[in-house]
Design a protein around this ligand. Structure first.
Ligand code: RIB
Ligand code: CA
Length: 304
């Protein structure tokens, strides 16, 4: 049995990734920690708790940081909807987090499952960066770290140079990527190439006709409206589900290369940009080629 800790900013793609893991009987999700990003952290908490209930699980969910390490929080309700899950009228309030702070929980769980805990980070890296700063010894005790973030070669989805998670909290991304921890980075380049959902793909997911397949597509309501308005078509990309699918089955990766990655910490147009180096400790595996077929197979299997 694999042990996961998932750190999330519970937007419309995060919730699908959570459902994929929660619905997988081979995974023990030891904890879900919530961070500010797509939406304020309190709403992200409610969305994560809703998803756990929807999957009929008792997985503990913990409240984390409500803003980036050094910068004002910039959220993305324009894309995910005001409630973060497509504004389709879900009951996303009143659920209770487990007592405890996300940073303490990350540290505690790394020690509890020493070298047998895998971290899947699908939001800004504020929580994980603070855990590393508070206790750097956890770096060598984490079995695997799968991160959705960045754009190795670009363009990004929030600026031409950067992707949302790394743009929101570049300082946190720099701390995590430079920690020396072995990281598998599922970036925006891979998302655009392999995790796109056009109307035919969405139809094939809806044809599964399960509560989770319906949920996963219904909450894409706002992203589809946004894409239609901005680009004239409803094709969406589901970044966090790709990261989760790769965490569930890394054989989706066909070709990858390891780099040492720094992050642009300026306040200028390149804020959050990935700076790939071939010198120094090459601890970050960047995906160059992946199997869209395998991704969709795992995606569908996870929502049955
Ligand atoms: O850029 C995509 C990432 O930013 C995804 O994790 C999405 O949920 C947002 O957090
Ligand atoms: Ca996310």
């Amino acid at each position: 049995m694999r042990n996961f800790l998932i750190d999330t900013d519970t937007g419309s793609d995060d919730a699908v990734a959570l459902a994929m893991a929660l619905n997988n009987s081979n995974i023990n999700i030891e904890a879900i920690t919530v961070v500010a990003g797509n939406i304020p952290v309190e709403q992200g908490l409610q969305n994560a708790l809703y998803t756990v209930d929807l999957c009929n699980k008792k997985t503990p969910v913990y409240l984390g940081e409500d803003k980036p390490l050094k910068r004002p929080l910039k959220t993305s309700e324009f894309f995910h909807g005001q409630d973060g899950l497509g504004d389709i009228g879900l009951d996303l309030k009143g659920r209770k987090a487990r007592d405890g702070n996300a940073i303490d929980i990350i540290i505690d769980k790394v020690y509890q499952f020493e070298n047998n805990l895998e971290i899947i980070a699908i939001g800004p890296l504020t929580n994980l960066a603070l855990a590393i700063k508070r206790d750097p010894k956890i770096i060598s005790k984490i079995k695997n770290c799968f991160i959705m973030g960045g754009t190795a070669f670009g363009p990004g989805n929030i600026t031409p140079f950067s992707e949302f998670n790394f743009w929101v909290d570049p300082e946190a991304a720099e701390i995590v990527l430079q920690s020396g921890m072995e990281i598998t980075l599922i970036d925006w380049d891979a998302t655009k190439k392999y995790a796109w959902f056009d109307s035919n793909t969405i139809k094939s997911i809806n044809n599964l006709n399960t509560p989770l397949s319906k949920f996963s597509m219904d909450i894409q309501n706002n992203p589809k409206k946004y894409k239609k308005k901005k680009y004239g078509n409803e094709m969406i990309e589901l970044a966090d589900p790709l990261a989760m699918a790769i965490a569930l089955d890394p054989s989706i990766i066909i070709k990858s290369k390891k780099y040492n990655v720094n992050i642009d910490l300026s306040n200028k147009e390149r804020r959050g940009e990935n700076i790939l180096n071939e010198e120094g400790k090459k601890n970050t595996t960047v995906i160059l080629k992946a199997s869209r077929k395998k991704f969709l197979d795992i995606f569908k299997k996870s929502l049955k």
